[in-house]
Design a binder for this molecule. Structure first.
Ligand SMILES: [Fe+2]
Length: 361
């Protein structure tokens, strides 16, 4: 093994040894079109993404499986959440090879690989490649253990998560109106969502007529949510801990981000853009198209399995000790400035800005 440079994290070193590119920074322009390289370990083509807002705790990668192709079986001592960007196929998961669970997926499917379970992906289309986005806990696991064998060749089992149960990937969904940290949230529990966009969205206190859905899978610490905001609106300011990968699927706009008392930055987005807000930076999403903005977030911490309390109370008002600021609590000057900037952006595109709905100014 080549000698590792000082200050290089084990995860970064591993990506280099795998022969893959590691994309950094604050955002990825388009995960649907970013270039990929052959990945010997899996037999697919991939790119690894470690954005700054992850705090090096989780990371993402995009992988493509060629038409009529299958990847090599894998297992690893880190969690993995997979969202299908395009194509269709099937995945087998097992602890004991005599008892494999196999399920089909398509564009819009979301599923998790239970910790350290064997799994193998198949592209069942004869003429179309399949592309997926995964978020994993590989960085934190690798940076702590610093041993490839421990990560990729461990016999540890986690029966509290998965032990090859029949029907584990049946796609059955359990719903719960969960009240955690003083805020209601509609949570869907399953190990496989065959189409997250087919489920009804629920009212969510993030802004004007915002709706959402929370997804928790495989008794893991990684979870997901969908958030839809009407065109011509912006969300309330909020903040949380590291590792929330925000993937824009519909609409166009920008996100305003700033650390407490610090300078404001603006990141533009459209379908395919992925952003990770830096830990504890205030941020607010602004949708400037007539069409609603829709994002999927793949993130560290589920409602059920909390990794860090830094990512809790994100829908609770700062007035009650939470991490979301109501419009009327924003500094007047700042709200006025944001509204001016937003009105101009909407006007340029002929989008009616719903200013009357954004109270407080
Ligand atoms: Fe956020």
């Amino acid at each position: 093994m080549a000698e590792r440079r000082w200050h290089q994290l084990y995860f970064e070193d591993w990506v280099a040894r795998e022969g893959l590119e590691l994309v950094g920074g604050h955002r990825v322009g388009n995960i649907y079109t970013m270039p990929l390289r052959g990945w010997e370990r899996t037999g697919g083509k991939a790119v690894q993404i470690q954005l700054e807002g992850t705090g090096e705790l989780n990371a993402a990668y995009v992988q493509e499986i060629a038409a009529s192709n299958q990847l090599k079986p894998q297992r690893h001592l880190y969690e993995e959440l997979i969202y299908i960007l395009s194509g269709r196929g099937a995945t087998s998961v097992w602890v004991d090879p005599e008892h494999k669970g196999t399920f089909e997926w398509q564009t819009g499917s979301l599923f998790a690989i239970p910790l350290n379970s064997w799994h193998q992906h198949f592209n069942t289309s004869g003429d179309e490649g399949a592309r997926y986005l995964a978020v994993t806990t590989a960085p934190v696991m690798m940076n702590l253990l610093r041993n490839d064998d421990a990560i990729f060749n461990s016999n540890l089992s986690f029966p509290e998560r998965y032990q090859g149960e029949h029907g584990y990937f049946s796609g059955e969904i359990e719903e719960d109106d969960y009240l955690g940290w003083g805020q209601p949230y509609h949570v869907n529990f399953s190990n496989l969502f065959s189409d997250i966009h087919a489920l009804p969205l629920h009212e969510l206190n993030r802004g004007v007529d915002t709706r959402g859905n929370q997804f928790e899978l495989a008794n893991g610490v990684l979870s997901a949510h969908l958030l839809e905001m009407p065109g011509g609106t912006f969300t309330k300011l909020h903040r949380h801990g590291p590792g929330a990968h925000v993937i824009w699927l519909k609409g166009e706009g920008y996100t305003v981000l700033f650390p407490d008392g610090g300078e404001m930055t603006k990141e533009e987005w459209g379908p395919g853009t992925m952003l990770v807000p830096p830990a504890f930076w205030w941020h607010q999403h602004c949708c400037v198209t007539k069409e609603p903005g829709l994002h999927l977030a793949l993130k560290l911490s589920s409602r059920r399995n909390i990794v860090t309390k830094a990512s809790t109370a994100t829908l609770k008002s700062t007035r009650e000790g939470g991490n979301q600021m109501d419009f009327e609590d924003m500094p007047r000057q700042q709200l006025d400035m944001l509204k001016r900037m937003f009105a101009e952006e909407c006007e340029r595109r002929g989008t009616p800005a719903r200013m009357e709905a954004i109270r407080g100014g």
